[in-house]
Design a protein around this ligand. Sequence first.
Ligand SMILES: CC(C)(COP(=O)(O)OP(=O)(O)OC[C@H]1O[C@@H](n2cnc3c(N)ncnc32)[C@H](O)[C@@H]1OP(=O)(O)O)[C@@H](O)C(=O)NCCC(=O)NCCS
Length: 165
Amino acid sequence: MSPRQAKAPRRPVVKPPVVRRALPEDITEILGIDARSNPVPWSRQLFAKELERREGAMLVAVEADQVIGFIACAGQGDSWHILNVTVDPEHRRRGIGGLLVDGVVAALDGRPYDRYTLEVRVSNDAAIRLYRTRGFVDCGVRPRYYSDNQEDALIMWREPEGGDA
Ligand SMILES: CC(C)(COP(=O)(O)OP(=O)(O)OC[C@H]1O[C@@H](n2cnc3c(N)ncnc32)[C@H](O)[C@@H]1OP(=O)(O)O)[C@@H](O)C(=O)NCCC(=O)NCCS
C-alpha cells in the first residue's frame, strides 16, 4: 500500500453548538456559568421562575452535552425584555452569544411583541458590541441602576425591521 492509500487518522467529529429551550435539569450548569460570569449572579429560584414564565423564553447553547451559555427573555409591558445573556468564559468570542440572541428572537417569533429592550452596564463593552451587531441601538441611560457598584445602565432597543429606530 502506498503512503497515499494509507488511511488518514480519524478526526473527532465536532458538532456545532445547538440552541434549544432550557429544561429544569439545565439549571445547575446555568448557575455555574452565571456565578463564573456575573457580579450579581441569580439564585436557583430566580432561574426556576424564568423557566416557568408563560410569556418569555429561556434558551441554552449546548455543545458536547454541556451547557455553554444561556439567555432569558421576558414579556414586560409592550415589549420583550432581555434579562440575561451569558456565555461560559471558556467559550466566548465563538459566536455563541450571537446564536443565543438570534435564537430567542426566532423562538419568540415577533409574538405578541416585536420590539426588544435591555439594560447593560455602561462599562460592558463586549455585551454592548454584541447587542449592536444584533440591531440594538442606544436609547438612554438609567443612572446608578446596578445596586452592587451604583453603575449606570445603558438602555438599548431593537425595533422590528422597517420600524422606528
Ligand atoms: C457578552 C457575552 C454574552 C458575549 O458572548 P460571546 O459568545 O463572546 O459573543 P459572540 O462571540 O457571539 O460575539 C458577537 C459579537 O459581539 C462583539 N463582542 C463579543 N465579545 C466581545 C469582546 N470581548 N470585545 C469586543 N467585542 C465583543 C463582537 O462584535 C462579536 O463579533 P466578532 O467576534 O465577529 O467580532 C459574553 O461576553 C458574556 O457572557 N459576558 C458576561 C456576561 C454579560 O456581561 N452578559 C451581558 C449582560 S447584559
